[in-house]
Design a binder for this molecule. Sequence first.
Ligand SMILES: [Zn+2]
Length: 522
Amino acid sequence: MTKSNRAPFQLLIAAAAGLLVSTIGFGQGLSATDVNAVIDAVDGYRSEREAAIIRDFVELLSIPNVADNLSDMERNAEHIEGMLRARDFSVQRLGAGGAPYVFAERLTPGAAETVLIYAHFDGQPVQEENWAYPPFSPTLLDAPLQAGGKVIDLEQLVGPIDPEWRLYARSAGDDKMPVVALMHALDALAANDIELTVNLKLLLDGEEERGSPTVGKLIDSYGELLQSDLLLFCDGPMHQSRQAQIVFGVRGSKTLDITTYGATRPLHSGHYGNWAPNPVMQMTYLLTSMRDESGRILIENYYDDVTPLTELERDAIASMPDVTELLQNELSIHSPEGNGVRLEELITQPAINARGIVAGGVGAKGRNIILSTATASLNLRLVPAQRPERVRELIEAHMVKEGFHIIYEDPSAETLRNHPKVAKLDWRGSGYPALRTPLDDPAALRLTKLLRLTAPDLIVTPTMGGSLPLHEFGSRLSAPIIILPLANHDNNQHAENENIRLQNVWDAISTYAAVLATYGEM
Ligand SMILES: [Zn+2]
């Protein structure tokens, strides 16, 4: 969150930071000078130890962490627990029948509030042959791979280190960095005699990339342990502009497969065309009845449950960097959907996306027939306060209105004979709702103010377009949830050649330090 190009004279200030910090008058509302004094002290400490921090990170990244390999996840958990114990955390291994979770807690004498930081230490599977360097042999390059970065010998590594260098390894960006950055933030604060102003709890997830299947059960079992006053969800990439960013929500998600039916066997399109019902055409009419060309959903009452944007949310969106044209150029899009409404606002609305349609064949596989079935797969993105069950009701009511008889198993010949139009629905899983923390939640306001002191151009994002099951936390814990992305946007997460830009690690260290040292007094 610090300025990316710190001027050299600030390193001199950092040397005197112990003095500066001792004069900070906490309690009356902090000024930028106070928060930035903490950051300068921490940056000064970090700048002396960059090689050691990188080696520490390399050690953690060297432990393979593909989510479904439980014994590897145990090794990761053990290593992280060692890092935490060395910093006076009380540590517990938690589980609810899935992969290990690490919980850690460190109390601060006199602190009235608790911040819970969430991150995950598992990673997506790797296809090693696609990686330029082995994913679990972390490799430091002096520039991004695509810019021809050369390997830096980690054994010989000494300062000064160019912050644009990148470390390549699985989970470098998603999501082991917060763990390492937080440890070094704590070390830097301790070295400068700066006290934390909050109690600190950590929940480190070992199965996020598998969708955290047991996290709900885990929170049910350990709810008391996980209570806090603010939950910082540290995952995901930062804004493309590289400006510091906080995000207040995610969309919910639900999936639906629909099959429409024609005759029980394919029919010659010449002999039966214009007479036999065509399931492909039925499907296209159905889909166009659900949403128009701009993406607006046409299903009755669909927007009734949607919470309108607040004025604060509108203002926040209006002040975000506009990436419309950049994206149009990059992606060769003449006319985005949404009738000119910008991307950041459109993702605050519900969406129906056709993931795919499967029916018959095309090209050399095309046959002149009228098919028996067509299947479409829809991905529904939900926003506050839509509920997945209600969305299901509305979609089914719409299909009935469109003349469909709805079934959930393959139809019998009799069912097809007795109804003009039949659709089989496969609601794949129950889905989950969105989560959005109000921008004027008191904790949110304090955190926003704090981060703005360190980064005046902070991007406040009401919601990201993607989905995370944050409601598992939101529905069970009372703390407001705020997403704090820390990795560079081009970190290749989930793909080959995942990487972290060193400046993002340094910024994460100072951001954590600033939050822990000042949030309680903010
Ligand atoms: Zn992640």
